[in-house]
Design a protein around this ligand. Structure first.
Ligand code: ZN
Ligand code: ZN
Length: 466
């Protein structure tokens, strides 16, 4: 039995691994690469495996870098089951429809541009129709149930504490003395994230594929992060401009709403108006509310005291494009939360265009900024950035608050690995840029006296006998 690393290999995005045992082929995640032109090019390539030969797909969670190429997989002939938790399925539907829509309109815009230059049209990487093809393939599997999709292949989902529905997957492959327990961490959440539970820990694995996004650093402690966030908001309130927070519509936006509500309850929120400018965030927040059974104890207690994530008096969701545009004219200082989180598209670009050049405006980054993205340029101190083909001066104050990450920090990752007390699993690191991966590998080697693998794209690693 072995595993081939087709994506998120020495990079953060594009999670895609092929698990093979005898003639069984299980694809784990089918994610999109994000952030650069090179990533786009790779997303458009043919799959390096035969989609028609797969027996099953298992999906860890709904983020685009894990599920984003599933419609393309269906378009390429895959018609088998896609297993995921019920909440992941609901979120993935929202995310994939949005993704297809973005790709269709990007292709349309580029085609218009190319036609003016006498060049040929471009096709979107996949379409809404392809999304409709893949959605019926989804089969829900709840947390903590043993599920056997194929002979001698069983798996069980555990809560990964990353976003709603996110899972750690524990596979049992083979039988008798040849049985191997393979744990796929998926993306792991940090300890004490808003709303959802902390990642579960496991004790036993023969082989472990583990994320390493923040393998080289810890996030700031929660209390410091919240204090810093509050300080930035008070500072911004004094200058009188808007606060723009680029944030993913799924997960990050909901934890931000939770934190803002926390400040509001304590009478420490300096703004009376918070706009969530993303139709997708509206649907997603509704979905979070419908899945309150997945919330942590702290949130459950708050709900009993009357807290409602979807119904806070200072939070306004904009519905139409007109509502969104009206925010450009808004004179009263407000907090505007809009996607995409790395400023690679979406409504946040309009807000950047209207605010970056204003000295009184503030942009607050609360998430990971991938290489090559506009978000990364701003965080790195660019004097101007290109937005919709126009060079915009950066006069606004740019802040980065690290502690809000939905990913485990270095110490969280090391502690999580420490829980594997029944033997030392053969560890393979994925989902990290090389520096952070190497740093985590070194620390793990020191603690567990075995060097983790850092597979390259296309590499296959064996972890047991067929
Ligand atoms: Zn994720
Ligand atoms: Zn990811």
């Amino acid at each position: 039995m072995d595993i081939t690393f087709y994506g998120a290999a020495r990079e953060v995005t594009g999670s895609c691994f092929l698990i093979r045992y005898r003639d069984r082929r299980i694809l784990f995640d089918c994610g999109m690469r994000q952030g650069t032109r090179e990533a786009d090019r790779k997303n458009r390539r043919k799959f390096s495996f035969d989609p028609g030969k797969l027996d099953a797909v298992v999906l860890s969670h709904a983020h685009l870098d894990h599920c984003g190429l599933l419609p393309k997989l269906a378009a390429a002939g895959y018609a088998g089951p896609v297993y995921a938790t019920p909440a992941t399925i609901a979120l993935t539907e929202i995310i994939l429809r949005d993704s297809a829509h973005i790709q269709e309109s990007d292709a349309e815009r580029e085609t218009r541009w190319r036609e003016r230059k006498g060049k040929s049209a471009v096709e979107p990487n996949y379409t809404t129709e392809d999304v409709e093809k893949v959605l019926p393939l989804f089969k829900p599997v709840k947390y903590w149930r043993d599920f056997q999709p194929l002979e001698e292949v069983t798996f069980r989902f555990h809560d990964a504490g990353h976003i709603l529905g996110s899972a750690i997957t524990e596979f049992e492959l083979g039988s008798g003395g040849n049985m191997r327990r393979l744990v796929m961490s998926g993306d792991l959440g940090p300890d004490h994230q808003a709303l959802i539970r902390d990642p579960e820990t496991l004790e036993h694995a023969h082989a472990l594929v583990m994320e390493s996004t923040y393998g080289d650093r810890d996030h700031r402690p929660k209390e410091e992060t919240l204090a810093e966030f509050e300080k930035v908001l008070h500072e911004a309130r004094k200058t009188g401009g808007h606060v723009i927070i680029p944030a993913f519509a799924v997960g990050r936006t909901q934890s931000l709403i939770y934190r803002l509500a926390e400040l509001d309850r304590e009478g420490r929120l300096p703004f009376r108006e918070v706009y969530i400018d993303s139709p997708m965030a509206l649907t997603t927040t509704g979905l979070y509310c419908h899945n309150a059974g997945l919330f942590d104890d702290e949130t459950v207690k708050l709900i009993e005291q009357g807290f409602e994530l979807c119904d806070l008096d200072f939070v306004h969701f904009t519905h139409s494009v007109e509502d969104s545009k009206a925010l450009n004219e808004l004179k009263r200082p407000a907090i505007i939360i809009a996607a995409s989180g790395m400023c690679t598209g979406g409504r946040v670009l309009h807000h950047l265009k209207h605010n970056l050049w204003r000295r009184e405006a503030h942009v607050v980054f609360v998430g990971y900024q991938g290489r090559g993205t506009t978000g990364r340029q701003l965080v790195d101190g660019a004097k101007s950035v290109r937005v919709y083909g126009e060079q915009i001066a950066v006069k606004a104050q740019i802040h980065t608050i690290n502690g809000f990450s939905a990913h485990a920090g270095r110490s969280d990752l090391l502690r999580w690995h420490d829980h594997f007390t029944k033997g030392n699993p053969q560890t393979m690191l994925v989902h990290g840029e090389e520096d952070s991966m190497a740093a985590l590998a070194e620390a793990l080697e020191h603690r567990r006296h075995a060097k983790p693998a850092m597979p390259k794209e296309g590499e296959t690693i064996s972890f047991g006998r067929d």
